[in-house]
Design a protein around this ligand. Structure first.
Ligand SMILES: [Zn+2]
Length: 149
């Protein structure tokens, strides 16, 4: 798409610190990382906002890139984990996944653990969990026109 900085990263018109190039995707070092040094972002070439708007083959391309970049980050940082995060913002029009080294006890990890603890199962009854699972199970998840599901 004309004028899109991320499309220009694919073609090289806009410089990017590429760490990976794969079918339909690139992995670049994030210049404004949310999760600290070494965070990369794996971006799909096609213009869609969410990874779940990609077709199945494109999702496979995106996550093949995520896997490759995660292994590279793991090799460089050597921590116990490499984590991923998909918020669907910051990079409009291109489905993407953040990939970052995780020490398991760094400030971001502690913040995420506290956040998750605050939002999760406190006060939720088993019947409420059953009802939520049923609601998600029954939802019509596939995008309109998606023949794969
Ligand atoms: Zn674009």
């Amino acid at each position: 798409m004309e004028g899109c900085v991320f499309c220009k990263m694919f073609t090289g018109e806009v410089p990017a610190r590429k760490v990976y190039e794969g079918r339909g995707v690139i992995g670049v070092l994030d210049i404004a990382p949310l999760f600290g040094q070494g965070q990369c972002v794996v971006i799909h070439r096609r213009h869609v906002d969410h990874f779940y708007d990609l077709d199945d083959e494109e999702v496979a391309e995106l996550f093949a890139g995520v896997k490759a970049v995660a292994r590279k980050i793991g090799a460089v940082f050597g921590g116990p984990h490499v984590s991923i995060y998909s918020r669907g913002m910051r990079i409009s029009d291109h489905a993407h996944i953040l990939v970052y080294p995780s020490t398991g006890d760094g400030p971001i990890d502690k913040m995420m653990a506290a956040f998750v603890a605050a939002l999760t199962l406190r006060g939720t009854t088993p019947s409420e969990l059953d009802a939520m699972a049923e609601k998600i199970r029954a939802a019509s998840g596939p995008a309109e026109g998606d023949p794969a599901i």
